[in-house]
Design a protein around this ligand. Structure first.
Ligand code: ARG
Length: 574
């Protein structure tokens, strides 16, 4: 996209001997008050060089540069050169660039040659994939898209919770009360019921606790019976998870779960010992983090079993060795803030300078109006059910709206699932929020359906123009068109938002905050709708019509690219 400061610096430098354009560019500012122009240049620094008073320099420069096509007008006010960018020039360069780039509009190559790992979703095997997992899944997927768009090589990792003492419990419960057919018919809910029953009956039956402990110990020793059972539970759970990922069009490159690291842990524990970091505390092995204001990192438990943090240490080393990442991102709820502080601190104490490249991208909680969720009590809302409800509720809405019968299936799916995903990415990730159907599916709110609908509206305008007038517009049209019809306030506002899209994409990636793209895309949709309502697009005058179609097309492309970065489809009809 055209860099206005740079262009301005080039122009000014033609009249200032002895100062490089780059130096001038540094001095160009954006006035807080737009009545002082889009850009301003303070002339104080030129006084010595040109041996003139700054106001005089400003006045002379204003006269010299005001003829450049970049400017609508240039004013000298005291020592300042206030520059107003030509709306025609601006709009033309925005439309040309957006049209020429198409699906790549907003892309860059800042990440060329760099690798980013995005670990996200990471649900626990044999436990429900519930609505609490939606945020990591959808935010992580969007971060993957953002970094990919910026030219990074991205590895998507799913650090499945497929290991830990709870598998002893599930195995023990399954052996007592489970049967194969039931699990295979309905893996997660059956396994969940077994887990819940285990916790209830364990209270009055200490033998169960012992059975679970033994089963887990056998699993750790790698005994065949337990390993086979565990593998089967993992496979069945994964089938169910994959069904949900497919609904959201989400995939991973690396599915190594926690279990993958069991045989890599002894080496980590040994290394910690060698580096003098391990301490004994009440039978457990810990790394003391008190000097850093953190509670101790527990490495092994008193019964010798390894734990979550140790597996994460092994995993971090594996990630560095396997992918040689420039950045390793963990998209995990804020409940685990302490865990990640400990993890990164221990890596640093181990002497790994790349510990600084590990980032915990945290987020707040989702709750339902009826209260929060708990696996132990078995009161959960499955993500798959939420998505299905979204589709069926959307079906009702679009049927009522009179959507074409042959589009209803596809529209309900794309809009329903898109609505839930969009909602997750709407507010800053740190905020807790309450899941509210009326808000999510409000076609007039700042929602997925609203944005998708706007995209379809743009597509429909362009289709009608082609059918009725045989008009098609592309980057070439933007180069030569008379753009005066799209320099009105509503149209100009829209162009400015289209122009700002690439910067929003970069900002979102820099801050690990997809909501920046979400909000920007909403703004583009709102600005388009204002333009659409204020001005008639398909007018008889061909010049006026084509200018408006160009803007429509660039807006549509921006919305599509924005939705794409959120992992959401942009329907052409609905
Ligand atoms: N499975 C864990 C959970 O559901 C999340 C894993 C997060 N990732 C990690 N590397 N510790 O709470």
């Amino acid at each position: 996209m055209i860099n206005f400061r740079k262009e301005i610096a080039e122009i000014i430098s033609q009249y200032v001997e002895g100062m490089e354009p780059a130096e001038i560019e540094q001095l160009v500012e954006v006035p807080a008050d737009t009545s002082h122009g889009d850009y301003a240049f303070p002339c104080f620094r030129l006084a010595k060089l040109l041996r003139k008073a700054p106001p005089l320099i400003a006045a002379e420069l204003a006269e010299k540069i005001s003829g450049a096509p970049l400017f609508e007008k240039v004013e000298a006010v005291n020592a300042f050169l206030n520059m107003f960018i030509s709306k025609d020039f601006f709009t033309r360069s925005v439309l040309e660039e957006a049209m020429a780039a198409g699906d790549s509009y907003g892309r860059s190559d800042e990440g060329a040659g760099k690798t980013v790992i995005v670990e996200f979703s990471s649900p626990n095997i044999a436990k429900p994939f519930h609505i609490g997992h939606i945020r990591t899944t959808v935010i992580g997927n969007s971060l993957y898209k953002l970094f990919d768009f910026l030219g990074y090589k991205v590895v998507r990792m799913n650090h499945l919770g497929d290991y830990g003492t709870q598998f002893g419990k599930i195995i023990a419960a399954y052996r007592r009360w489970g049967n194969r057919e039931e699990v295979e018919a309905n893996p997660i809910s059956t396994l969940l019921a077994l887990y819940v029953r285990f916790h209830e009956e364990e209270k009055n039956d200490p033998a169960l606790t012992e059975e679970a402990r033994e089963a887990f110990a056998a699993l750790e020793r790698g005994e065949k019976a337990e390993k086979d059972l565990w593998q089967w539970i993992r496979d069945e759970s994964l089938k169910e998870f994959k069904r949900v990922y497919d609904m959201m069009d989400i995939d991973f490159d690396d599915w190594s779960g926690e279990s993958f690291y069991t045989d890599k842990m002894p080496a980590v524990i040994e290394e910690l010992k060698e580096k003098g970091l391990l301490k004994e505390s009440q039978g457990a092995q810990i790394v003391d983090l008190e000097p850093y204001g953190l509670t101790p990192a527990i490495i092994t438990k008193s019964d010798g079993t390894s734990i979550y943090l140790t597996r994460d240490l092994a995993s971090a080393k594996y990630r560095k060795k396997t992918y040689d990442f420039d950045k390793s991102i963990y998209v995990v709820a804020s409940q685990q803030d302490l865990h990640f502080k400990q993890l990164f601190k221990v890596l640093e104490l181990m002497g790994y300078e790349w510990a600084k490249d590990c980032v915990h991208v945290n987020f707040g909680m989702v709750s339902l109006p009826e209260g929060t969720l708990s696996t132990r009590k078995g009161r959960v809302v499955f993500l798959e059910d939420v998505l299905k409800i979204a589709v069926s509720k959307t079906r009702e809405i679009v049927t009522e709206k009179g959507v074409n019968a042959d589009l209803i299936d596809e529209t309900s799916k794309v809009v329903g699932i898109g609505a839930v995903m969009f909602n997750e990415l709407s507010s800053g990730r740190i905020k807790d929020y309450v899941f509210d159907w009326d808000e999510i599916l409000n076609f007039d709110g700042e929602t997925g359906p609203y944005v998708q609908y706007t995209h379809a509206r743009c597509a429909s305008v362009l289709r009608n123009a082609a059918e009725k007038f045989g008009d098609t517009v592309d980057a070439k049209t933007a180069e030569n068109a008379d753009l005066s019809p799209v320099l009105t306030p509503a149209a100009y506002e829209l162009s400015k938002l289209i122009y700002a899209f690439p910067a929003a994409v970069k900002d979102a990636a820099d801050k690990y905050e997809p909501s920046i793209v979400t909000r920007h895309t909403v703004k583009v949709a709102q600005a388009f709708n204002k333009f659409y309502h204020d001005e008639h697009i398909l007018v008889d005058d061909g010049t006026e019509r084509r200018a408006k179609l160009l803007l429509t097309s660039a807006a549509m492309q921006t919305i599509k690219n924005g939705l794409g970065l959120l992992g959401i489809k942009a329907p052409e009809r609905m």
